[in-house]
Ligand binder design. Sequence first.
Ligand SMILES: Nc1ncnc2c1ncn2[C@@H]1O[C@H](COP(=O)(O)OP(=O)(O)O)[C@@H](O)[C@H]1O
Ligand SMILES: [Mg+2]
Length: 427
Amino acid sequence: MNNMTFPNYVAARTLALLDQKKARLDPMQTSFYVWQRPDRIVVVFDPTTIDIGKVNADFAHRLSTQLQGRRVVRTNSRGLFLQVGYEIPPALVELTSMPLDLSKQPTPYHIPIGATAAGRDLWVSILEGDSFLVAGSRSMGKTGCLHSMIQALQHGGQVEVYAFDGKDGVEFARYIGQPKFHYVTSLKQTLDELKAIANERRKALLASGQPNILKYNETHPDEPLLPIVLIVDEAALTSDDEKAGLVEIVERERATGFYPILATNRPEQSALLVKSNLVTRICFPVPSFHASQMVLGQNGAESLPKVQGRGLIVFKARVMEFQTFRVTYPPTSEDTVRMVLSYHEQAIEQVPTVADEITQLAESIREKWDPTMSKRAVGRMIGQTYAGAWARKIDQILDYLAATTATATTAFDQNSPQKGFFEAVAE
Ligand SMILES: Nc1ncnc2c1ncn2[C@@H]1O[C@H](COP(=O)(O)OP(=O)(O)O)[C@@H](O)[C@H]1O
Ligand SMILES: [Mg+2]
């Protein structure tokens, strides 16, 4: 900063960033004003001389980084403003990924979200969060986030967890054998079981005169009805039947103690689920503001830095940026692997469904497929054109292939700041 005053420094950095992003429409005109307030500096942009779309969350993020991590908040109620704090926040200069520390779990019902820009750990109680949608582009950290949730609920030990990974056990089978953990092999079957449990619970509630399990547990401390968290990863790959079953749980089973957490990288294809009343929304980077709108009900996730584990959460009408905690993935035992595989061999012999058709087509080209192939090329491989109903099926095939292909695990290494791959995605 040398001889510059802080407001001048903010102005210089803002101008440099505008030029870097080629956001000034007319370099001869004033693009913004810097207004010094007692508690903060406000940068007021002139929307007639700049491309305001380029002064996005990423812009604010970069400016914040250049200002040693001072808070930069975008507001665009009437015109576009950036509010810049004077203080350098104590802890995180940039959002870095911290290891998950289960000893910080506030109650057995809290699930970890991540570290926030204010340097605080964000945990949300399932009782308050109620029902969760987790969305974001492929390999941006959804499943990792679900792992951290499972591990926390396991640590708390007061919640029954049912988990479906949509990947034949690759993700969640490793928790088989842990108390109160139910690995889901057939989502359809589990949904039927859960429906039966819900009906039993409804009877118990009616008989006791209590409106929900929480009240019920106050009067029945010896035989509490534990909250049931149902985690469904790859929710877009489930059948229409299963989606309908999930919606029913989201919409009907609050009182009986069900807390769904649904994850998808295709919010558009799970519109049914997205439109149901999932209260808490978590979104990792997505390609378009349409996707962000769909998931969060507002823009923002499209301009998150394309860093794995970076996300926005909308919870109780507040939106917060976070970086997920790093988790370690416990190894799956050999017995479990054998058990899960034999289940799937049996399942394949059963009646083929639409999902099986996708699976079979996908498996038939797996050897020849690689992730850089275009959708058209994939269409040609299975002898179809990428159009109409086949376009949808080919999308599903690609999702399946991507979801069941192992991803590199090095991206979370803090010492390799993920430049190559994620920056490439960003551009
Ligand atoms: N919280 C995390 N802790 C540790 N590694 C993670 C975490 N989140 C993601 N990863 C790593 O990144 C890879 C891709 O992330 P993942 O969560 O599987 O993406 P997706 O959004 O497609 O579910 C994972 O295989 C894992 O190696
Ligand atoms: Mg995933």
